[in-house]
Design a protein around this ligand. Structure first.
Ligand SMILES: Nc1ncnc2c1ncn2[C@@H]1O[C@H](COP(=O)(O)OP(=O)(O)OP(=O)(O)O)[C@@H](O)[C@H]1O
Length: 265
């Protein structure tokens, strides 16, 4: 199997640490320990998936990194400061499982929202929004309303909105979970294309789908529940952009088996 040139993920030892979790814990007010003793070092340019069963704390970790929820213990650094300061810097973007579009606004205005909130001029907002809509193949739908789009198209709009302010860190919480398998695979391919075209962009991606994690990631953080822990980290050395035939390769199956073995441990 011939795979293309490697993604320019910087050498691990040289790339900047972007996110660092040291013994991070999250205990909710109802005493649920959602995350315990989580340790992870994310370097610039990586694509890391969190994979694990429902309730193992994947979303909780992502929300803490996004500055939407505070750890109850341990040390969390994002872009050299607190998660809250990283969120306020505007250098990170968050994609939810639902596209969460404003139904009364057209596609262009939905995508332009982060720029509007930053006070960017209408002309520049339009230019930038059309640029990212082209990346996700929706330039011709800029005037459409969300209700006129399929589920996959709505998710593309949501991804375009997350990219419009050119984030350094893209956090995605099960973004393709509600899509049919074929659409899901198409969007995985598109996401990898966008990521590999932006060598400095780091992606943290939550999924419960082992195959999705293997296909997308440079590293997989495997989590188990009660309490939620990162119990293993598996590197995926295959270069990107990845071809569809990676999905049927022996290496793919071997990686999926390794992830499953850690999940069952
Ligand atoms: N706000 C909250 N208050 C109390 N408990 C919570 C809260 N949010 C999540 N939990 C609990 O924390 C644990 C981890 O939840 P979390 O949503 O992070 O898991 P997850 O792995 O993302 O699950 P899923 O794949 O189903 O989204 C679960 O037991 C959940 O019930």
């Amino acid at each position: 199997m011939e795979l293309e040139k490697p993604h320019p993920v910087p050498e691990h030892s040289l790339a900047q640490p972007l996110v660092q979790l040291e013994r991070v814990e999250k205990k909710y007010a109802n005493h649920t320990i959602a995350v315990q003793d989580a340790n992870l070092l994310v370097r610039e340019g990586e694509f890391i998936s969190f994979v694990g069963p429902s309730g193992c704390g994947k979303s909780t970790i992502l929300r803490m990194i996004a500055g939407l929820s505070e750890p109850s213990g341990g040390n969390l650094q994002v872009m050299g400061g607190t998660a809250d300061s990283a969120r306020k810097s505007g250098r990170l973007a968050y994609v939810f499982q639902d596209a969460t579009l404003m139904p009364w606004c057209n596609v262009l205005d939905n995508v332009a929202l982060p720029l509007e909130l930053k006070g960017i001029s209408r002309k520049q907002r339009t230019e930038e929004s059309l640029r990212v809509l082209e990346l996700v193949g929706l330039k011709d739908y800029s005037k459409s309303l969300p209700r006129e789009l399929s589920g996959g198209m709505k998710m593309r709009v949501s991804i375009a909105r997350s990219l419009v302010a050119q984030p350094d860190l893209l956090l995605m919480d099960e973004p393709f979970g509600a899509l049919d398998e074929l659409t899901r695979q198409t969007l995985q391919q598109e996401l990898l294309g966008i990521w590999s075209a932006n060598p400095r962009m780091t992606v943290l991606f939550v999924t419960h789908n082992v195959f999705e994690a293997v296909y997308l990631s440079t590293r997989i953080a495997v989590m188990t529940p009660r309490p939620g822990r990162i119990v293993g980290q598996i590197d995926v050395h295959t270069s990107v952009p990845r071809q569809e035939d990676f999905r049927t390769s022996p290496q793919f199956n071997e990686l999926a088996s390794r992830v499953n073995a850690v999940l069952r441990h």
